[in-house]
Design a protein around this ligand. Structure first.
Ligand SMILES: Cc1cc2nc3c(=O)[nH]c(=O)nc-3n(C[C@H](O)[C@H](O)[C@H](O)COP(=O)(O)OP(=O)(O)OC[C@H]3O[C@@H](n4cnc5c(N)ncnc54)[C@H](O)[C@@H]3O)c2cc1C
Length: 313
């Protein structure tokens, strides 16, 4: 039995949850799949979830704390007899999967790119050393693993599963959340976007990001930023791509006036196609770019916008 912890935003399943279901389906040798919807408004989300997994457990435990998520996942694993638990990789899952692995006495494989099983162990590949090395790991069951976003196609619906509510004893929180400020963001989420348009310090001002936003909108993508831009207060931290920001793997990554420092590359160098615009032909970003334009971003970006508009029309 495999348990998938289904990430959601209290109204719908996130893309990462459907990718995690695909990962579980790839491990069919381990038996049936169950899903867990944990948090708030779980019964509404479970209605969507039951289209993807034959059994959906719900655990209405309130807002996020690592202890609650770990306790709910442990209760669902016990109930279903799951030897393997899978969840999408995220900053949040990093905090509760370790607790869950400890409770289950399980191995923890984080940020996996691919996973397979022979029935007794899980083998997984993952990046290490700022994405420069791919390593293969193996762990005997029980195993908790997280699936890196955009590495697996999303699952297709497969019938109508049953829903069962779990009663989970509320563990004492070791950390108390005093305030939660959610990012006011319209449009596509950066981690899920298939096109990311990132602006760097070379744009010269926060106002110049209007062009970055326009290009991202016309391509149906999301805006990213370098740390230099975020540190300058031009863009919010939620848009930062790189070692200390988000890791993205879109089909197209467009880097505008970004130098391509190694810490930035760590968050984007696995994108399918990388396009870079920089006035310096020696900029490191060109080493990872599939298409490079050496030129002034203030001239190239309007031309790209024009081309994107024509494409859309
Ligand atoms: C521990 C650590 C963690 C870090 N984590 C991150 C991270 O998560 N993400 C991240 O991005 N960085 C990170 N950094 C910082 C990183 O090292 C770089 O400083 C940063 O990525 C540089 O941002 P930038 O490319 O916007 O700016 P710059 O390095 O200043 O590059 C600007 C580029 O714009 C070009 N340019 C200037 N004017 C124009 C123009 N008119 N037209 C075209 N091109 C132009 C320049 O040629 C230059 O290449 C980290 C650093 C450390 C030490």
């Amino acid at each position: 039995m495999i348990l998938v912890v289904l990430d959601h935003d209290t109204t719908r399943l996130r893309k990462g949850a459907l990718e995690a279901v695909s990962r579980a389906r790839q491990l069919a040798a381990l038996g049936a799949i169950a899903g867990l919807v944990v948090g708030e408004n779980t019964s509404a989300v479970a209605e969507e979830a039951r289209k993807y997994v034959p059994t959906v457990y719900t655990a209405e435990v309130g807002g996020y704390t690592p202890e609650r998520w770990a306790a709910a996942a442990y209760a669902a694993a016990q109930k279903s007899g799951a030897q393997v638990v899978v969840a999408p990789s995220s900053r949040q899952s990093r905090t509760w999967t370790a607790r869950l692995a400890l409770k289950m006495g399980a191995a923890l494989l984080e940020d996996t790119l691919e996973t397979a099983t022979d029935g007794s162990k899980i083998t997984a590949t993952r990046y290490s050393f700022l994405n420069r090395v791919t390593e293969k790991q193996a762990a005997s069951l029980p195993v908790v693993f997280t699936a890196k976003p955009n590495t697996t196609p999303v699952a297709e619906p497969q019938g109508d599963g049953m829903i069962e509510a779990l009663t989970v004893e509320q563990p004492a929180a070791q950390v108390e959340v005093l305030e939660r400020m959610s990012e006011q963001k319209k449009g596509v989420s950066l981690s899920e976007a298939t096109v990311v348009v990132t602006g760097g310090r070379g744009l010269g001002s926060p106002e110049a990001f209007a062009g970055v936003e326009a290009l991202a909108n016309s391509l149906g993508g999301a805006v990213g930023a370098t740390r230099a831009v975020v540190d300058a207060g031009w863009r919010p931290y939620g848009e930062q791509v790189g070692q200390t920001g988000k890791t993205v793997q879109p089909s197209a990554y467009i880097a505008l006036a970004v130098s391509g420092a190694v810490q930035h590359q760590a968050g984007m160098n696995k994108s399918k196609y990388i396009v870079a615009v920089n006035k310096d032909a020696e900029a490191p970003i060109f080493k990872v770019a599939d298409y490079g334009i050496v030129g002034d971003v203030h001239q190239v970006l309007p031309a790209m916008l024009e081309a994107a508009k024509k494409l859309k029309d």
